[in-house]
Design a protein around this ligand. Structure first.
Ligand SMILES: [Zn+2]
Ligand SMILES: [Zn+2]
Length: 217
């Protein structure tokens, strides 16, 4: 029986892999907001169970067994987000945290029911796709980060980074949500970008603009 924290470690590793990031134990401690000794202990267990391999340089890799569990958890997270949004009408910016908790409680039978009920949709309510997870793949599809968008062009928001609740609340307040139309007015010397969204012009700093994928509209 896989415990909650093991699934979370495996999922974090799979997500980092998809984003092309090398993961060492310090990265995991930061991402999962746990102590370094806790990460060391968890990695020891995961290694013993054949879920991860740690290379000589400290980089952590998923084994195929570990990846399988991670992918299952990611899929269940996706289904729960869609359930909360499509069936229960919960606001898009609130569902990620609920899904983080509920994903661990989904049985194979319930997963099957969810798939039957919701149908296939690769896109979650944040606009993130199960199949298109790496920045390189997104760019190949014509997506770019809002922080790199050209002044004078119009864009549609594809997706937003969902693992930061404060950021999502901020985006919702500013009208930046999946499918929103934004016009990039200027890229400024201070690293901010001025955009008009919902008939207002706002300046977004890089920490926020780097968390939004857009495509030309
Ligand atoms: Zn989520
Ligand atoms: Zn999502």
């Amino acid at each position: 029986m896989i415990t909650i924290s093991k699934e979370d470690y495996l999922k974090a590793l799979a997500e980092a892999e998809a984003e092309g990031e090398a993961v060492i134990s310090a990265t995991l401690a930061h991402w999962l907001t746990v102590s370094r000794p806790a990460v060391t202990a968890a990695l020891k267990r995961l290694k013993k169970d054949g879920m991860v391999a740690v290379k000589g340089d400290g980089r952590i890799h998923l084994t195929s067994q570990g990846r399988q569990i991670a992918e299952r958890t990611i899929f269940r997270h996706h289904l729960i987000e869609r359930m909360l949004s499509e069936i229960f009408g919960m606001p898009w910016y609130e569902i990620h945290e609920e899904a983080e908790r509920l994903e661990h409680a989904v049985s194979p039978a319930f997963e099957k029911k969810l798939v039957e009920k919701l149908g296939n949709n690769d896109i979650c309510p944040h606009g993130n796709s199960l199949s298109l997870r790496s920045p390189a793949d997104r760019r190949k599809q014509g997506q770019r980060l809002l922080s790199e968008a050209e002044a004078g062009s119009g864009y549609q928001v594809v997706s937003v980074y969902e693992r930061d609740r404060k950021l999502l609340d901020f985006f919702e307040g500013e009208g930046i949500r999946p499918n929103a139309i934004v016009a990039v007015k200027s890229r400024n010397y201070d690293g901010t970008v001025s955009i008009s969204v919902e008939k207002r012009t706002i300046r977004l700093g890089a920490p926020a603009a780097e968390k939004v994928w857009v495509r030309k509209s």
